[in-house]
Design a protein around this ligand. Structure first.
Ligand code: ADP
Ligand code: MG
Length: 292
C-alpha cells in the first residue's frame, strides 16, 4: 500500500469514528473471514439494570437485595453497578461487607453480619457446595429471556436469585446483518451463561456461541480459529477481552470500554458502534484493491 492511500483511508476512517492504528491493521482488515465478538458492552450497552429479585428459604426480597448490594459495593463489574442502583431504587437497607473478595469470572464473596455470603454464577455456588437443582428451571426461565441470573448463597445455603438485563445496542442488529452480507462468520464469546448468550445470539442471528469462557479461553478460541487457516478479527470492550484482542489478526476495541482493551487493539470504534467494522472493511478492501 502506498503511504498516501493508507493516509486517505485512515483519515476517512477517523471521520467515521474508526481509528486505525497503522497500515498493517488496515491490510489485515481487508482479509478477515471471522469476527469474534464479546457480548457485554460490545453487542449490548454494557449498562445492565436490575429486573428480578427472588427470595428463597426464610429470606425476604429486601434482605436478598441488601446482601447482594453489600458485596457488590466492593466490585467494579458492570453487574455490580446494576445491583447497587437497583438496591438504592428499591430502598434496600445498607449493610457492610468485610473480607471482600472478587472471584474473576465467577462473582463476589465476603462476610456480612457474621455470615459468609457469595453472589455470582453456578460455578461460584459450586465452590461453596451449594446445589442448584431446585431452582434450575427458574434460572433457565430468566436466562431464556436473555437475562443474567446471579445466585446468592448465605452460609452454604441458597438464599436468593437476582437477575439483570442489558439492552442490545441500537446499532448492533444492522451491523451484524451487514457483516453477514459481507460474508463474515460471526462468533460470540462471553463469560455469561450458555442460555443467556444463546438468547442474545438468537435475537441477532449470530452463527455460533462460546459461553462461560474466561479471558484466556477467549484468546485460545482466537488461536484455534487462526489455526484453522482463518483470518480472525476480535471485537471487545473489557479488561477480560485484552488477551483475545492482542491474539487476533485484527483487534477491535470499543472506545467506550477499558483502556487496556484500546491499547491491545489495532482498531478502535470511537463510539462503540459496530457499524464501524463494516465501514472499516469497505475502506480496507478499497485501499488494497487500489494498490494491486
Ligand atoms: P463477560 O465476559 O460477560 O464480561 P465475566 O467474565 O466478567 O463476563 O463474568 C462472568 C460471569 O461471572 C458473569 O456473567 C456473572 O455471572 C459472574 N460475575 C462476574 N463478576 C460478578 C459480580 N461482580 N457480581 C456477580 N456476578 C459476577
Ligand atoms: Mg464486555
Amino acid at each position: 500500500a502506498t503511504p498516501m492511500s493508507i493516509m486517505v483511508a485512515t483519515g476517512r476512517g477517523a471521520q467515521a469514528g474508526v481509528l486505525i492504528r497503522d497500515a498493517e491493521a488496515l491490510e489485515r482488515f481487508a482479509k478477515v473471514d471471522v469476527l469474534v465478538v464479546d457480548k457485554t458492552g460490545t453487542l449490548t450497552e454494557g449498562r445492565p439494570s436490575l429486573t428480578d429479585v427472588i427470595a428463597l428459604g426464610d429470606h425476604d426480597e429486601t434482605r436478598v437485595l441488601a446482601l447482594a448490594a453489600a458485596l457488590e459495593r466492593g466490585s467494579e463489574h458492570p453487574l455490580a453497578e446494576a445491583i447497587l442502583a437497583g438496591a438504592e431504587e428499591r430502598g434496600a437497607p445498607h449493610l457492610e461487607a468485610t473480607d471482600f473478595d472478587a472471584v474473576t469470572g465467577k462473582g463476589v464473596r465476603g462476610s456480612v453480619d457474621g455470615a459468609t455470603v457469595a453472589l455470582g454464577n453456578a460455578r461460584l455456588m459450586d465452590d461453596f457446595g451449594i446445589d442448584l437443582a431446585e431452582v434450575e428451571s427458574r434460572i433457565a426461565g430468566l436466562q431464556n429471556d436473555g437475562k443474567t441470573a446471579m445466585l446468592l448463597g448465605v452460609d452454604g445455603q441458597l438464599a436468593g436469585i437476582v437477575a439483570v438485563a442489558d439492552r442490545i445496542k441500537e446499532t448492533t442488529a444492522g451491523a451484524i446483518r451487514d457483516l453477514h452480507k459481507a460474508g463474515l462468520r460471526i462468533v460470540m464469546a462471553t463469560g455469561d451463561s450458555q442460555r443467556t448468550a444463546e438468547a442474545v445470539a438468537r435475537e441477532l442471528g449470530i452463527d455460533e456461541v462460546r459461553a462461560g469462557v474466561s479471558p484466556e479461553d477467549k484468546a485460545a478460541l482466537i488461536e484455534e480459529l487462526k489455526g484453522n487457516g482463518l483470518s480472525v478479527a476480535m471485537a471487545g470492550d473489557g479488561v477480560n477481552d485484552a488477551p483475545a484482542l492482542a491474539a487476533a489478526d485484527v483487534g477491535i476495541a470499543m472506545g467506550t470500554g477499558a483502556d487496556v482493551a484500546v491499547e491491545s487493539a489495532g482498531v478502535t470504534l470511537v463510539k462503540g458502534d459496530l457499524r464501524g467494522i463494516v465501514r472499516a472493511r469497505v475502506l480496507a478492501q478499497a485501499t488494497m484493491r487500489n494498490i494491486r
